[in-house]
Design a binder for this molecule. Structure first.
Ligand SMILES: Cc1ncc(COP(=O)(O)O)c(C=O)c1O
Length: 392
């Protein structure tokens, strides 16, 4: 019998999660109720932020974060080319221009030097991505952003629970941070996301944006004459319906209790891979001093053989029922980005680390439903592949 398919990630849903969602359905308020508020409070506390705003997806979280930061037409945002396209799409939704920078060869997070070379007078924000769950070089990025009077934003879709020198991702490391709760992330709401920050004015902007741009909060109303009426509310900006329902919030709240445990299992699988995979054949993930990663992905890069060898390994592992993936096709390579004139001219020169990564990388399965025997199966399949290709 063939081994079952081992996905690169998958949600882990317990009976407690199911009971929590079922319970939420017994309430009158199945949207805009107490669970969302509770989730926002607990999540903010967990990441040492002053506030959190829950939204319907991680992409909505990045969009809302960029709106709260005041981005709009004519603004430039420097971000890594190596990310899920949703990060850059959210910048474009606001009419701002994504400018693609390279990543560092160790952790594949946004390279501060590359950012410094691309920032202009129009740069309003530096938007980093905590790639694979490893925190970005926040201190250096903060310096580069401050030199240009730009904000530092973080897409931490991969990094809930990650820490740097005792500071949680989502707290004061960046001005604003976005998280995703989609089914393959470290914890899930089915679909969902959160924005966190410390500036109360930005919280107000975020909370309004995700409710159609409308508010009922008396202190925020522009027409104070009507504030005394219980029926009064205002649309103050063109917003979106990005609300997270109580069903989703119930699942997220239940999963949040297990985030630490989920991340610990991910770390165990990563430690096993680090011990068992052949570092002469594969460049294994690097963890910088003082960092606790969230191990959202476990990405290896082939040392030799380029794209042809990577593609062969990818195909061999898929044939063995191992759900390897490539995270990600660099965003400016997508046809839509080329047509929009957003792709740099010669990417091998301007984004050398990203382009080398694109030829050589592959994500191995890592998720909390795996045990060591699953990880051993992956290691064996990788070893068998190389055994047939080694020079004799
Ligand atoms: C880095 C990054 N940013 C943003 C997103 C978007 O999140 P969602 O799928 O919840 O919209 C993802 C999801 O895959 C992601 O990996």
């Amino acid at each position: 019998m063939n081994d079952p398919f081992l996905p690169y990630s998958r949600p882990v849903v317990t009976e407690d999660d199911i009971a929590a969602v079922a319970e939420s359905l017994r309430d009158v308020m199945i949207s805009q109720g107490a669970r969302l508020e509770q989730l926002e409070g607990l999540f903010a506390r967990m990441v040492s932020a002053k506030w959190a705003v829950g939204v319907s997806s991680g992409t909505a979280a990045v969009h809302t974060m960029c709106h709260a930061a005041g981005l709009g037409p004519g603004d430039e945002v420097v971000l890594p080319a190596l990310t899920f396209a949703g990060t850059a799409n959210a910048v474009r939704y606001l009419g701002a221009r994504p400018v693609f920078a390279d990543v560092t060869p160790d952790t594949m997070c946004l390279d501060p030097q590359s950012v410094a070379g691309l920032a202009t007078g129009r740069t309003r924000a530096v938007l980093t991505v905590d790639f694979a769950g490893h925190p970005s070089p926040y201190a250096s990025l903060r310096r580069v952003a401050a030199e240009r009077d730009a904000m530092l934003l973080s897409d931490a879709a991969h990094a809930p629970g990650a820490m740097v020198d005792g500071h949680a991702v989502g707290g004061a490391l960046a001005d604003l941070t976005a998280f995703s709760l989609n089914p393959v992330k470290n914890i899930t709401a089915g679909e969902g996301g959160l924005v966190t920050g410390s500036d109360p004015a930005m919280r107000d902007r975020a909370a309004c944006f995700v409710r159609h741009g409308m508010t009922r909060e008396k202190r925020l109303l522009e027409n104070q004459d009507n504030a005394k009426h219980g029926w009064y509310y205002e649309q103050q900006v063109l917003g979106y319906n990005y609300k997270l329902s109580e069903l989703h919030a119930a699942l997220a709240l239940s999963q949040l209790k297990r985030l630490e445990a989920h991340n610990a299992t991910r770390a165990q699988i990563a430690a096993y891979y680090a011990q068992e995979l052949d570092a002469e054949l594969l460049r294994l993930p690097v963890v910088l001093p003082g960092v606790t990663p969230a191990w959202h992905l476990y990405v290896v890069r082939l040392r030799e053989g380029g794209a042809a060898m990577r593609n062969a390994l990818f195909a061999a592992l898929r044939s063995a029922g191992i759900g390897v993936q490539l995270h990600y096709i660099p965003v400016p390579l997508h046809p839509d980005y080329k047509r929009a004139g957003l792709a740099p001219d010669d990417m091998s020169e301007t984004l050398p680390v990203t382009m080398d990564y694109f030829d050589t990388a592959l994500s191995l399965p890592v998720h909390p439903a795996m045990d060591e025997s699953d990880a051993a199966r992956v290691v064996d399949a990788v070893s068998s592949f190389f055994a047939t290709r080694r020079p004799r």
